[in-house]
Write a protein that binds this ligand. Structure first.
Ligand code: AN0
Ligand code: CP
Length: 324
């Protein structure tokens, strides 16, 4: 594996989940794998879990970690080809990516959707710019369209908690006062496509995610009906996709509560707004898996970094063999 940009980079999700669980049981078993290797974590947006769990994962593998809040402390980057840079941007991605790559062996990037220009967001200019110019493995720590470290952690949590051959899993939209990206929901749906489950998405009419992402998935606009007999309920807000980035609905009827949840387990990627997205009674109950989901972020990141480090090792060995 060259990069971890989306779930498509995983060759076998069940194998990765099994390996991640073994890392969780013994996190320091590959402590020497990352010796003398450095990872740069570049944040164009805020973070708690991603920042700390990815750093922890790298440390568990013996790596050195450099973290930079690029969004607030780096130069404003230009991505266009041939741009006359007489406006707000100070440095081109071509130089920035090559420079970063001189300081580290792997680069991980968080760059959220702008939610103003769908085409530009879907072009993933930040991630693809680093992929094109850095020449080292790139890890997606939530881009415009995906959050594959989150959904890998969610797959680990589901596998730990599930007791049925074919559980019912519901992705339920929730209200939110701010416009949020589609990345978490997109990657969750993509991950569920790889599971043997009865999977249903529920949201208000008009709040459809990208049809490319939800192709083949069941959509039920009646939340109550969707939640019937659910084993796992994954709650998440996203802003409107068609009327791109707009908040058109804040109906509190969609807030998750104990009655609607029934006996199901509650999941959310965090951070979560209490009593808007989900009622206190749910978050504070033993049915909530959110803290364990956050815990599994470490092992999701660790399996990804382990695969990338192994890839670097085999490239180095091949180089040595061809040198003789
Ligand atoms: C972000 C989102 O919805 O994509 C990050 C979630 C991991 N959430 C917020 O900005 C509140
Ligand atoms: N779930 C998640 O990615 O959290 P942070 O935004 O705090 O990193």
């Amino acid at each position: 594996m060259e990069h971890y940009l989306s779930l498509k980079d995983i060759d076998s999700l069940p194998n990765w989940v099994a390996e991640a669980k073994s890392l969780k049981a013994n996190p320091l078993q590959y402590k020497s794998l990352g010796a003398a290797k450095t990872i740069c974590l570049l944040f164009f947006n805020n973070s708690l879990r991603t920042r700390l769990s990815t750093q922890k994962a790298a440390m568990n593998l013996g790596m050195e970690v450099i973290v930079m809040n690029f969004g607030s402390e780096g130069w404003a980057l230009e991505y266009g080809d041939g741009t006359v840079m007489d406006q707000g941007t100070s440095e081109h991605i071509k130089e920035a990516a090559q420079v970063v790559a001189q300081y580290c062996d792997i680069v991980a990037i968080r760059a959220f959707a702008s939610l103003t220009d769908r085409e530009k967001d879907e072009a993933e200019v930040v991630l693809n710019g680093f992929k094109k110019y850095a020449g080292i493995p790139v890890v997606n720590m939530e881009s415009s369209v995906g959050h594959p470290l989150q959904s890998l952690a969610d797959a680990i949590t589901l596998s730990e908690q599930n007791t049925k051959a074919k559980p019912k899993v519901v992705l339920s939209w929730a209200p939110h006062p701010k416009a949020l990206p589609h990345a978490v929901a997109n990657s969750f749906v993509e991950m569920m496509h790889l599971q043997d489950a009865d999977f249903v998405i529920t949201h208000p009419e008009g709040y459809e995610l990208s049809p490319e992402v939800t192709k083949g998935a069941k959509i039920e606009y009646d939340q109550e009906k969707a939640l019937e007999g659910a084993d796992f309920v994954y709650v998440k807000n996203w802003s409107n996709y068609k009327d791109y980035g707009k908040v058109l609905n804040q109906d509190p009827k969609w807030t998750m509560n104990a009655k609607k949840l029934g006996n199901a387990k509650f999941m959310h990627c965090l951070p979560v707004r209490r009593n808007i997205v989900v009622a206190d009674e749910v978050l504070d109950s033993s049915q909530s898996l959110v803290i364990e989901q956050a815990n599994n972020r470490t092992y999701a990141a660790q399996i990804v970094l382990k695969k990338l480090l192994e890839g670097l090792q085999s490239t180095a060995t091949n180089d040595l063999n061809t040198e003789k």
